[in-house]
Ligand binder design. Structure first.
Ligand code: ADP
Ligand code: MG
Length: 737
């Protein structure tokens, strides 16, 4: 017993020793080239196509991108040929259709470029071949991807298809290079089996509905509108040697036990502090890899918690930004690994320490490149600005429940509602300047606004809304920050395609309604008056969703109840909105998701919730039995020896220590037993929704109790008997925080 514990203890202790000894950072010699020289070198982009393709084929691609024209067989073959030559010249041997199944992760199935030319006699001739049809469509074994029950009724096949809007790229392994073709994934009847298809559909409907609206408000030459997205990514870094000793981190991405260190983040000395050198080395390599993939990362800094960091790119077309964020999440892990680090993208890796989010900065711009959320210089531009903002507010108000569901996940359940992350109630922060303007509009000062009155109102002088105006209300889940909205409640590990396609669709649906209403108003009023009347109506109707105060406070919760805003604290409550036909019919009306697709997404989300939680619960039970309880046993053995041999006067006081340990031991043993019983009860139920509810109601409270006992044990047991790396060690490793 003693021997065993000393062996396992040495794992933790020797990791610690190794880490202190190897503190000097190895610095890979980074090439000194300017970023512009290698930016995008691993991507086959539109410039390559212009250079490598015959003119007509290139034009075909351009029209496909701009107008959705079909790509001809000949063009596909020519692109395939050019891509293959380019990829092989870079050393790629395989290709894959790179797609995002409903797991939220990415999937790849690699195929070699080789093809058998000649099977005469027994001699095979191998040639490198890659055809247009291989480029355009693939057929991965779909049965291993979740379909939420959709495919069982149809055909079991799934297909991937090249999405030409996103650049083809090469993914490098240690020794391998694979050509990745960004693709969508769908079933036999065209039903979407991935996250990207709805995002693509949503950007299309947003463009159509916004162009229609812009025309009515006077932008007669508007042709298309793009949704733009900049995704700020938060993450933790810890030394890989510690991660290897934490089965919970490896299996679940978060620590299931771990006592809070005496010093957490209360000193607030990490945020925006100097970036530690070891991390800087990591960031430099990460940025170089991202640049080579054409991902325009721009800012890097420390975050609030120790060992927490953030990375933000320059915004791009929403679909590309979403692909890039997904790719970034893969690259960040690979680079961390190379540098002896472990990157945690989980929303809440450490209890009591700030979690990680992913702010989705979102705006729309027209085909002239003007940001529709940017207050302009002319009264007209400002009317447009107000109209668009009013529509977004109304969209968020009307669809707050579905937006909440779009960010629901087991990981995010630890953040939302807690005093650290945007709360589980969807509200919008607009800042003091816009609030004032909105108030005057609501009061009717611009009810029948002529140009003159709009000017009087100050609308034509809306100054560029700087950060000072939008201040830093970090408690808002959805904030207007100058010239964009920031959806802040998104979790750090999420695939942004889900919240962004929900937002796009909500805004598109609201734009359609707004256009209808505006047509009516235009029968009675002059254009600017009609638009301002619409703005007023929408601001009044969506007033309840606006909230500039402290989103963490209990008063806000009460106020939100009064305002009848949807409040869903947990995933198990939030996702049920997908079963409410009325709540989700806007997806169907806008043709972004069919009823069957919504149902399948709901099923997948529930299934994933159940699986994730069961893995956590089983892991926790195992950790208790194999790490925590044995450590307490060893400690008790030692304590009993002391009791047997010590003086009566010491015995009296020493008993308290023994009693504390015994109490914790009882809690651990019974807690673990109860947890296992509950797990087997959950396992015996067949309905996934019921399982989810049981987990929320019965298993999670047990999980918390067992954890509390384990955390208490950690501070009662001798340091050398504790086998799992502690919070203070993981979070305050020199060179990382
Ligand atoms: P912060 O939020 O820290 O103040 P910035 O305002 O510079 O930082 O930008 C945060 C993110 O918002 C960046 O990724 C940036 O590219 C993105 N962003 C800026 N403008 C837009 C826009 N019009 N549409 C979408 N994202 C944008
Ligand atoms: Mg931000």
């Amino acid at each position: 017993m003693l021997e065993m514990s000393s062996r396992s203890t040495s794992g933790r202790v020797s990791a610690l020793q190794e880490i202190t000894q190897s503190m000097k950072t190895k610095k890979d010699k980074l090439p000194s080239a300017q970023v512009s020289e290698y930016f995008g070198e691993l991507t086959f982009n539109i410039a390559h196509m212009r250079e490598k393709l015959p003119r007509d084929a290139y034009q075909n691609i351009v029209r496909a991108l701009e107008k959705g024209e079909k790509i001809s067989e000949r063009t596909a073959d020519l692109v395939a040929q050019a891509v293959k030559e380019w990829a092989m010249s870079k050393g790629a041997t395989h290709f894959c259709h790179w797609f995002q199944p409903m797991t939220g992760l990415t999937a790849e199935k690699h195929d070699a470029f080789i093809s058998i030319q000649n099977t005469n006699h027994s001699e095979l001739t191998v040639i490198e071949r890659f055809t247009g049809s291989q480029l355009i469509q693939g057929e991965p074994d779909a049965s291993s991807f979740p379909s939420g029950g959709m495919r069982s009724t149809f055909e079991a096949r799934g297909y991937t298809a090249w999405d030409p809007t996103s650049p083809i790229f090469i993914l490098e392994g240690e020794t391998t290079k694979t050509l990745c073709i960004p693709s969508v994934f769908f079933g036999y009847h065209g039903e979407a089996l991935d996250l990207k298809t709805p995002l693509l559909r949503s950007t299309d409907v947003l463009s159509e509905s916004c162009v229609e609206f812009l025309k009515l408000i006077g932008d007669v030459d508007a042709k298309s509108v793009t949704s733009t997205l900049g995704v700020e990514q938060e993450y933790f870094l810890i030394d890989r040697r510690f991660a290897a000793l934490r089965p919970d981190l490896i299996m679940t991405g978060r620590t299931l036990i771990g006592a809070a260190p005496p010093r957490g983040q209360q000193l607030e000395d990490h945020y925006f502090g100097a970036i530690p050198t070891r991390v800087l080395t990591f960031m430099e390599e990460l940025e170089r890899e991202l640049y080579r993939l054409g991902i325009p990362v721009k800012t890097r800094h420390n975050e609030v918690a120790p060992s927490q960091f953030e990375l933000a790119p320059i915004f791009e077309h929403a679909v590309i930004a979403a692909d890039h964020n997904t790719l970034l999440m893969e690259v960040i892990k690979k680079v961390a690994n190379k540098q002896g680090l472990h990157c945690l993208l989980h929303e809440k890796p450490f209890k009591g320490i700030n979690g990680s989010g992913k702010h989705c900065n979102w705006a729309m711009s027209n085909d002239k490149g003007e940001n529709l959320l940017e207050p302009g210089k002319t009264p007209h531009q400002n009317i447009r600005f107000l109209a668009i903002v009013a529509v977004v507010l109304k969209a968020v108000y009307d669809h707050a429940d579905v937006l909440r569901a779009s960010i629901a996940s087991p990981g995010n359940d630890h953040r939302l509602g807690a005093n650290e992350a945007p709360p589980a109630i969807i509200s919008v922060f607009v800042g003091s300047l816009l609030s004032r303007i909105f108030e005057s509009i609501e009061k009717g000062k611009a009810a029948d606004a002529t140009d003159k009155q709009i000017i009087d109102l100050g609308v034509n002088q809306i100054p560029p809304i700087s950060k000072d105006y939008t201040d830093r209300n970090r408690t808002s889940p959805f904030a207007f920050t100058g010239n964009k909205f920031e959806f802040r409640a998104v979790g750090s590990s999420h695939n942004v395609a889900i919240p962004v396609s929900t937002l796009n669709t909500a805004v598109a649906a609201t734009l359609r309604k707004a256009s209808k209403r505006l047509e009516e108003l235009l029968k009675k009023h002059k254009r600017d008056e009609a638009v301002m009347a619409l703005v007023k109506e929408y601001l009044v109707a969506s007033k309840h969703v606006r909230f500039d105060g402290n989103g963490y406070s209990q008063e806000w919760r009460k106020e939100a109840e009064k305002r009848k805003l949807p409040i869903f604290d947990t995933t198990s409550e939030a996702v049920k909105v997908y079963q409410d036909k009325k709540a989700v019919e806007f997806f169907v009306e806008q043709k972004v998701l069919s009823a069957a697709e919504i149902e399948s997404r709901f099923n997948v989300q529930v299934e994933r919730y159940v699986k994730t939680l069961l893995i956590e619960l089983n892991m926790l039970s195992e950790l208790s039995k194999t790490h925590v309880i044995p450590a307490v046993e060893s400690q008790l053995t030692k304590c009993y020896a002391v009791l047997d041999n010590c003086s009566d006067s010491l015995k009296k006081v020493y008993k308290k220590r023994v009693e504390a340990l015994e109490r914790v031991m009882k809690a651990l043993v019974t807690g673990e037993e109860e947890l296992l019983e509950t797990i087997s009860k959950i396992d015996s139920v067949h309905d996934e929704v019921k399982k989810m509810d049981m987990i929320q109601k019965t298993a999670i409270p047990l999980r918390e109790e067992l954890r509390a006992a384990a955390d208490e044990a950690e501070v009662l047991v001798s340091d050398d008997l504790w086998t799992l790396p502690k919070y203070r060690e993981m979070l305050f490793t020199h060179g990382i925080s």
